[in-house]
Design a protein around this ligand. Sequence first.
Ligand SMILES: [Fe+2]
Ligand SMILES: [Fe+2]
Length: 508
Amino acid sequence: MKNGVYYLKSNVLMEPLVDDWYAWAHLIPPATAARNLTERHLRIMDSYIESPEAHQAAVANPALLGGPFMDLGRNRVKEVAALRDRTLRDRKELIELSRSIERLDAMLREKGKGYSLESLYAEVPENLQGYVELTYDLNNHPSFRLIEPLLYQSRAYDDSLQSLMFSEVTGDDRPFVLSTPRLDKGDAVHLQIPFASAQIDQLFAMKRQPASFDFVRETLDLSDEDARRFRCLLTSEAPRPYPRYEGEGARWRYFGHACILLETRNVSVLMDPVLSYTYENGISRYTYEDLPETIDYVLITHNHQDHILFETLLQLRPRIRNIVVPRNGGGALQDPSLKLLLKQCGFHNVTELSEMEEIAFDRGAITAIPFLGEHGDLDVLTKSAYHLRVGKHALLFAADSCNIAPKMYQHIHGLIGDVDALFVGMECDGAPMSWIYGPLLTQRLERPMDQSRRLAGSNYERAMAIVNQLNCKEVYVYAMGQEPWLNYVMSIKYTEKSNPIIQSDRLI
Ligand SMILES: [Fe+2]
Ligand SMILES: [Fe+2]
């Protein structure tokens, strides 16, 4: 150890926040953020303020797991009311944007009857003018597409309301983030730092390169009180070194959920990074410490909060050479561009892959494979499975792909041949569509429709059909949300009698 220099402890939790809510992918693009603000956050806050006891009871009820209930006990009404008032005061632009999306939808329903849409541009709400194109599908259903790169430059995108909360994590128990804002309990350092800031990179470099306390203080511009607290997050103890894989062929390691690190002597690929911190706990696991110094490719399969996690991505940002994301559909409200969103958050090395497009590297290639279903039949294109050819190995990471059209894998087999190892998610019940996309709807969806359109992956028959079609030698069921340290983005608790467990046991 050098004198007077410190590392960042391996259990320093960094929670990225937007308006003091945990930042997941729909809270970054202005339009989805606006809808979530009015239709999720403000509603949950109002409901908690009115009846905190009901929230406390609902959180204790396993049948309501993942529902719109705050996991805060019943004594935080004052703080929640203050957050609501702050949100109403600071987020006028977003609240207005959300109302404008409603008005635009209503206007198109009323007036888009198959005749030219040109005259309707004058009726587009003021703050959406110049940011939308009005369209019909071939059956005269009117809709609009957002011109996202322009919208990010508008007043609706305000990264001064992004912040970071630092604390030490010592156990797996974290509240479910879609329903509970992160209130400061006096245990954390809360800094108004936008996600694109290089300050984050400088800080997390200290996981491996020690620096002085003055450096930390200046980099983060800490107040005396914050500096005192931050001091506890540093250690003079060096982390354990990470030996790169130097063996023959390839090694793949499971970090939990859909996160797998694949390494050869020449290349490292990290799938859907969601990582655990290092702390003493009953279940052994790979953590942030078990990653190489640089990661050649990070692959993101789709835009669900358990597959793209800013908390992890921001901490790894300077170590990632390339991020590969599925190509974007072009402006549908429910399908924001991952490339733009990541760029906005300081990632300048994002590559989009279209279906069956490939990136070649030394003795291997990454191919984007079509990913069907699991999005409630919404027109969402930002989703992809990945085929990895590494030396003589062929692996397919299917994530939550739902095999609703088995013929597709027959066509794919003709192009990629047999697969050695298939990784497939089998969360085959899935939440109703509204669980993630509800805030984006401007009209009520009837309950039976919502219940029928699920965010469900493959069941036994569907997964088995992929195994057979691709002649897979090995199959791994993953991405089941079973890791207790990921409950904060997952909220799934299975028993042996749960259908996804029965189905996946059958497959194995
Ligand atoms: Fe998913
Ligand atoms: Fe998933």
